[in-house]
Write a protein that binds this ligand. Structure first.
Ligand SMILES: Nc1ncnc2c1ncn2[C@@H]1O[C@H](COP(=O)(O)OP(=O)(O)OP(=O)(O)O)[C@@H](O)[C@H]1O
Length: 294
């Protein structure tokens, strides 16, 4: 049997007749940081909600650390930390009270609980805000609190659904460092996003410090339309890109290497409305779907 951290086999979620997740199969390895990239409505949140026991798959099986999400939800919940899009922190409580509440729910005994709350609040740089009401925190601080809380019961796998949506670029970078740092300490992670730079930054280098390969899945209309390392995807579709303006749209031509794209460009007698650059994930998404990510 596979010792993958998360295994999805042929998983679908139907609402009425519509499959919002459509026969998805995927394995995430221990220590991996896996990025699920896709436009709004692709089915990313529904996938996370099924893996984290919040909604049941209509078909297929999901195992987390070997436990079945439908038959053993309580064992699954012990293994995972979850940070969802909608803020689930209580804004009328203080930072500390939110942590305390979560720690008690997970039956973490004192004095361990107090020590762990201190440690994780320090980790996300909220130690000095511990007595402040959550409603006085910025969006980025609230997100950091969500992360600290999700980590309190020492989960093996952390799920982050659109962790930086709505945050300013500086705050986003700070969160990226926290996420990367956790992965470098060995945390297995699945994150969803529709920000290409996010998935490139966090999951783009083919290997993490754990020596595990980080991969990206591109999701559209409930299906995984591409899966692998960023390098492998660029290798497959072409590392060089020539863009040609055709009226109000751009034509994309992939070349195996940048050198080949450059050589083709140089040979063109009329270079107006043309440019060459290295390909990126969004280009691959457009190539596969004919649409942009947003
Ligand atoms: N409870 C529900 N009932 C009916 N349809 C739903 C329900 N939850 C989600 N959907 C639909 O399923 C599709 C996928 O939604 P989902 O939230 O998983 O996508 P997503 O990729 O996470 O996008 P977003 O970034 O906008 O959250 C959407 O068309 C959505 O309207």
């Amino acid at each position: 049997m596979s010792d993958a951290a998360v295994i999805l086999q042929n998983v679908s979620k139907l609402y009425g007749d519509a499959a919002v997740v459509d026969e998805l199969s995927l394995e995430i390895q221990p220590g991996e940081i896996f990025g699920l990239l896709g436009p709004n409505g692709a089915g990313k949140s529904t996938t996370i909600r099924m893996i984290t026991t919040l909604t049941k798959p209509s078909q297929g099986s999901i195992r987390v650390s070997g436990y079945d999400v439908v038959r053993q939800p309580f064992l699954v919940k012990r293994q995972i930390g979850v940070v969802l899009q909608q803020m689930s922190v209580d804004i009328d409580l203080t930072v500390w009270e939110n942590m305390e509440f979560h720690g008690r729910m997970h039956h973490i005994p004192n004095p361990q609980r107090k020590k762990d709350i201190e440690r994780w609040l320090e980790y996300v740089e909220l130690g000095d805000r511990r007595d402040d009401l959550v409603k006085t925190l910025s969006g980025g601080m609230k997100r950091r609190l969500q992360i600290a809380r999700a980590l309190l019961h020492e989960p093996r796998i952390l799920f982050l659904d659109e962790p930086t949506v709505g945050l300013d670029p500086q705050t986003r970078r700070r969160l990226w460092e926290i996420i990367k740092g956790l992965n470098q300490q060995g945390m297995t992670m699945l994150l969803t996003t529709h920000y290409m730079e996010e998935v490139e930054y966090l999951c783009g280098s083919s290997f993490s410090n754990n020596g595990v390969t980080n991969r990206i899945g591109i999701m559209d209309s409930g299906k995984l339309i591409e899966l692998g390392t960023l390098e492998a995807m660029r290798e497959k579709h072409g590392k060089g890109l020539l863009m040609k303006q055709m009226g109000d749209r751009w034509d994309y031509h992939f070349f195996p290497t940048m050198d080949e794209a450059d050589a083709f460009f140089e040979k063109q007698p009329n270079k107006a409305g043309m440019m060459v650059r290295p390909s990126n994930l969004e280009d691959i998404f457009v190539e596969l779907t004919g649409r942009n990510l947003d």
